[in-house]
Design a binder for this molecule. Sequence first.
Ligand code: NDP
Length: 439
Amino acid sequence: MEYINEILEKIKKEKDGKFYEATSAFLNSISNYIEENEEIFRKKAILEKLTTPDRVIQFKVSWVDDNGINRVNNGYRVQFNNALGAYKGGLRFHPTVDLDTLKFLGFEQTFKNALTNLPIGGAKGGSDFNPKGKSDNEILNFCKEFMNELYRYIGPYTDIPAGDIGVSGKEIGYLFGHYKKLTRKFDGTISGKPNTIGGLLGRNEATGYGLVYFLNHIMKKDNFDIKDKKILVSGSGNVAIHAIEKANELKAKCITASDSNGFIYDENGIDIDILKEIKLIKKQRISEYVKFVKTAKYFEGERPWNIKADIALPCATENEINKNDAMNLLNNGIKYIAEGANMPTNNEAKDIILNSNIVFLPAKAANAGGVMSSVFEMSQDSNYIYWNFKKSDDMLKENMEKMAESIYNEKIRSSCDYQTAANLIAFKKVVDAIIIEGI
Ligand code: NDP
């Protein structure tokens, strides 16, 4: 523990709260392994190397709004670690974006990407620009100015950004268009592109579908059939909708869905076509669902964790399962929790869950389908071809199952929980690469 504590003390002094929390949780979860190898890790400064970003790029983004007023935002790219492959990670446009957040996300991304078994390193970037309430023209202006700086640091074999909060198809299109103008290259530098400009069919579905492929593989190992199992799902965005769709296809019964106002519950199972119509086409609130399905109920201002079921899939947002929610899940007979969202379970809740009989499948692995299919997109683009949906979905399933198998085996080998097993695999991979490359 001495080595870990020294490193964490150093990070604490930098006053990066989120980064400290992430590094501390990660290193402490695998402290036994680090202690066993302390001598060699110290000699090679492994923990220093793993907790220091390779490069932090920060730049001014100066743009003009629709009233002719000049605006200035901060732009960032944290290239965290490329031991396993080119830097890869999303861009986030949100007022809360700062260096601490991006360092923490870049650190996490490095290990998530390591778990995919694909050749990618970790990065994260973005800006404190808020696209909400901005006109199309303002978003275009901002994206152009952002890319005027970023293009120097990215490339198909160097660093491949993607979308994240506030950066979806529209922003990606503008960013890619301007990258192309500046470099005169039509290459796979940005993933998550619309299909017309090199995007991958199946990318939209990948995180939700991947979550269910991963969960189902682990459940099969336990001889637990997903068929007829009741599932609580939170959220009704990209991840939630596609998780419900895939779970329904496997004959499970998803009985809840939610948005930030409340949740719907139907003992008979959520009708995915009606949910898609409301959320994706009409872009209405989830409360509208009960107007179409008479057996469904709507609970304003509540979360769906106090209902009897077998499985919970938090697919909405950060910290949506707290201590009380964890107790409710436990008391309601939940046997599996698989995280579709990033960090949906807070630390207090995690402590309760990890000390119970619930099987906990962490986001780092369970929602890695998105980044996996981004690598398929990079591959597709560098081959100058378009893959069909089936090809992309088959690759996703195969790779999610391969990852589940390796985490399951590590869990058995190290007699630990899935979270520790995932952290161990990812850590060992990145460390191996650092040692092999002598970097
Ligand atoms: P969307 O924006 O499509 O959907 C988010 C959903 O969560 C919406 O239904 C939203 O409701 C709900 N929500 C947001 N904030 C809250 C809140 N405070 N309380 C309750 N519900 C809330 O996002 P995605 O589905 O794409 O992403 C969901 C999560 O998954 C995020 O954590 C994201 O980082 C993570 N993720 C997504 C990936 C992807 O490929 N899309 C990849 C890996 C992780 P409302 O409409 O009211 O805001």
